[in-house]
Write a protein that binds this ligand. Structure first.
Ligand SMILES: Cc1cc2nc3c(=O)[nH]c(=O)nc-3n(C[C@H](O)[C@H](O)[C@H](O)COP(=O)(O)O)c2cc1C
Length: 269
């Protein structure tokens, strides 16, 4: 499916049928998880498939997910990071989103589930010995059919003019700025990416020959690097469809800050 259609149609699924995924398909998923770890190549990012979702759901009910609203699904995939280095958090979510795209294309539904607030002792009981931490898991299965008489919920998105700055933080782009560079579709569709609490903290600073990804955050709040990796994945994939074949380069040390915008990475145009 074209990435633009995919992005517009994709959404988190929070209600799953009580139907397990066929073992052959689970094997295919396992192979894909291995291939993602290899592609990353650092051994700092691992994906673990939990085939028997009931147990995991029972242990996380009331404590996993937003405000303890745990999502029940027949299977889960854990994103394990060896440490919380910026690079690993960013590329952990980059590969998780690549995985989600693959799973959706296989006809499966998913939802990210945050478990960062779950006590480490409880996590150890659930996940066993780990080389690092699991703060996010993916609920995975077949979504329940939609009720055609009920309006579907839709998570609002910010406008392109709020998300993109030209030359300077705060400068909104004109339609021409984006059209002339062939970037208006890319920025239109990329907004459909998922983000934690739907905060959509991604901002793009567009200059003559590059785009810089910034993550907006409140005073005293840590920038959400998980959301950064997700948007980097979609930017590269959409970019490829319009002939932008570069990859993001993380900004050295990722220390630059400017009024609650953290500089994350640069993409040469
Ligand atoms: C890192 C991350 C963590 C998330 N955690 C949860 C969660 O714990 N519970 C939940 O219901 N949705 C969770 N979501 C889903 C987002 O709320 C959802 O992507 C966003 O509201 C946009 O909606 P959409 O995915 O349907 O477009 C998470 C998404 C991301 C990217």
């Amino acid at each position: 499916m074209l990435m633009t259609n995919f992005l517009k149609k994709r959404k988190s699924v929070r209600e799953f049928k009580n139907k397990k995924i066929n073992p052959d398909i689970l094997d295919e998923i396992k192979l894909y998880l291995d291939s993602l770890e290899k592609e990353d190549g650092t051994k700092a990012i691992r994906f673990k498939l939990y085939e028997y979702g009931e147990k995991l759901y029972k242990e996380l009910r009331g404590i996993g997910g937003y405000s303890g609203v745990m999502i029940e699904s027949p299977h889960y995939i854990g994103l394990e990071l060896v440490d919380d280095k910026d690079r690993n958090v960013i590329y952990g979510s980059y590969y998780m989103e690549k995985l989600i795209t693959k799973l959706n294309n296989m006809g499966l539904d998913t939802c990210w589930v945050s478990i960062g607030n779950v006590d480490d002792g409880i996590k150890k009981e659930i996940f066993g010995d780990m080389m690092g931490r699991i703060d996010y898991i993916l609920a995975l299965g077949y979504g329940k059919p939609k009720n055609p008489f009920v309006n579907e919920t839709f998570s609002e998105r910010i406008g392109v003019e709020e998300m993109v700055f030209v030359d300077k933080i705060g400068n909104a782009p004109s339609t021409d700025d984006l059209e002339n560079r062939g970037l208006s579709d890319l920025f239109y569709y990329i907004r459909f990416a998922p983000s934690a609490l739907n905060k959509q903290p991604w901002r793009f600073l567009l200059e003559k020959d590059k785009v810089t990804l910034l993550i907006k955050h409140d005073e005293g709040e840590k920038p959400n690097l998980i959301d950064a990796g997700i948007i980097m994945y979609y930017f590269e994939s959409l970019g490829q469809s319009i002939g932008l074949n570069n990859k993001w380069e993380l900004i050295e040390g990722i220390e630059q800050e400017n009024n609650n915008y953290k500089y994350i990475a640069e993409f040469k145009l």
